[in-house]
Each structure stands twice: as C-alpha cells, then as structure tokens.
Design a protein around this ligand. Structure first.
Ligand code: FE2
Length: 275
C-alpha cells in the first residue's frame, strides 16, 4: 500500500510541496540531533572558517565547499565571527550546516537516510529507485541563524527532467519565529531562474530570468518536530533569519530517480558509489 493517499499526491503535484506530520519518531529526532552534536564536536574551526551565505554565495568559490559532496564539512553562520575572524560563540552555536555526504559517511545518518520508510515515501511520488545525491544538517542557530534567500533547488542541483526532490525533516519545531521554510504554492510551474555551475575549482551562475519572485504569494510552512516537507526542484522557497532564542535543526536529503542523469556541470560531485 502506498504511504501517501491520492489527495496528498495531488497536493504535491499541484503545489510543488507536501507536508507530512509525524513522519519521524521523536526518539529518532533526538538520536539524529545527538549524533549531529557529536559530529560538530569534531569540527576544528582553526582549520576552516567557511561562511555559508546565500546572499553572496562566497562559500561556493572555496575548495572546502566544492569538495563537500564527498565529505562531512562544516559551514559557519555569517554572524558567527567577530571582526578579527574569531568565533563569537561556542563552535556548536556557530555552525550553519554540515554537508553533504552524511548519508554515506556517518552510520547513524546512513541508517536513517536509507530506511524503508523514506524509500516508500519517494516511491509514493514515483521515484521507484532513488539515488540520494546529498544530505545536509541545518542548525539555523538561535539569534544568528541567517536568512536563506528565495531560490529553486534546481539552481544548485540540476537534472534535465527536474526530477530531483528535496526532503526536509524537521528535527525540532519550525516556526515563523525561528525561521521556518516559506514557499510559493504552485511556483514549481515557473521556469528555472538561474543555474550555478562548477567551473574547475570554482563556480559561476548563469541567470536566465531577471524578474523578481512573487514573494507576496509566499506562505510559511510551520511544522512540528517529526514532520517532513517534500519540495519539487523548481519550487521557490526560502527561510528568514532566526531571531528567536530557539534553534531550528533540520536534516535534508535530495533524491533523484536512479535512471535520470545528474548534470555533470553541477557544483556537487556526489560520491560515485551510489546506492
Ligand atoms: Fe532549498
């Protein structure tokens, strides 16, 4: 039996997103948060200080970012460094996200990412044999969690058929105050606005459409812990700054039907050993 009913599938196809509550057990959310904390403790900020910013994409020119498809790398919040370049807070409160091969390299995240339940979810939306392209653990830190500007995931992860789907697991409650996702319902019918491509050891972005997003149509996707939000690769979405004292931890996967081709000029070079 399919994990989704017909009205849920129809909602996804009409709106470009779908929220499923109570998808992840609370104890699993806790276990993933705990594991992420252990991984973040291994981060040595004296080695790499790469800020993740969707405003100026400065990270995208750095080898540490470009190599992260095959690793678990750590990226900092824009407001986590002082003028001398030192961390302003404890390192676990400065990390914006970890990525992009948690699903392959860490046993706890691997077990979760390749679980039968997630496989069944992708199958319900027509991805019979999913390839997991990347994974991210996103912290959205209290008070300094930065804005993620409106974008389509296909800008960063492109396949000709726009068949890549994002799965966004809320490991903590996501609210307007702590920077939940916002999306433009039905916006997946808009054309692709831009593409970021790898160019050797750097990247460049091609703009196809300079018009602004119809942000007045965007709605907040507030969800309780344990929910998953499915996102079409062309759906415009974003998140605001976290000005609250509460973190908003989330784990994300991007999957593509195995039979489709991941564009070789994507910035991401996934691990070749795909499952
Ligand atoms: Fe995104």
């Amino acid at each position: 039996m399919s994990l989704l009913n017909e009205s849920q599938k129809e909602f996804y196809h009409n709106n470009g997103y779908l929220i499923i509550r109570d998808f992840v057990k609370t104890e699993t959310c806790h276990a993933l948060i705990q594991r992420a904390s252990e991984l973040m403790n291994t981060f040595d900020p004296t080695q790499f200080k790469t800020i993740f910013s969707t405003k100026d994409q400065r990270h995208a020119k750095q080898t540490y970012f470009l190599d992260s498809g095959k690793a678990i790398h750590f990226f900092l919040e824009e407001n986590s460094l002082d003028t001398q370049g030192n961390l302003k807070f404890a390192k676990e409160l400065c990390i914006n996200k970890m990525g992009h091969a948690l699903h392959r390299l860490d046993p706890i995240f691997k077990e979760f990412s390749y679980s039968d339940r997630i496989h069944a979810l992708t199958q319900a939306l027509g991805i019979t044999e999913p390839t997991i392209l990347q994974s991210m653990y996103i912290c959205k830190q209290p008070l300094i969690g930065g804005e993620v500007t409106c974008h389509q995931d296909a800008t960063y992860l492109y396949d000709e058929k726009h068949s890549i789907m994002g799965l966004w697991f809320a490991l903590e409650d996501a609210t307007i105050e702590n920077g939940c996702l916002w999306a433009i319902p039905g916006g997946h019918r808009l054309p692709l606005k831009s593409r970021m491509k790898r160019n050797g050891s750097t990247t460049h972005t091609e703009i196809y459409d300079h018009s602004t997003w119809p942000l007045e149509q965007s709605i907040p996707l507030e969800v309780p812990r344990g929910s998953v939000i499915l996102l079409h690769s062309l759906l415009p979405h974003m998140s605001r700054e976290n000005s609250s004292p509460h973190s908003r931890h989330a784990y994300t996967l991007h999957v593509m039907p195995k039979e489709n081709t991941f564009a070789p000029d994507n910035w991401l070079e996934p691990l070749s050993e795909w499952v």
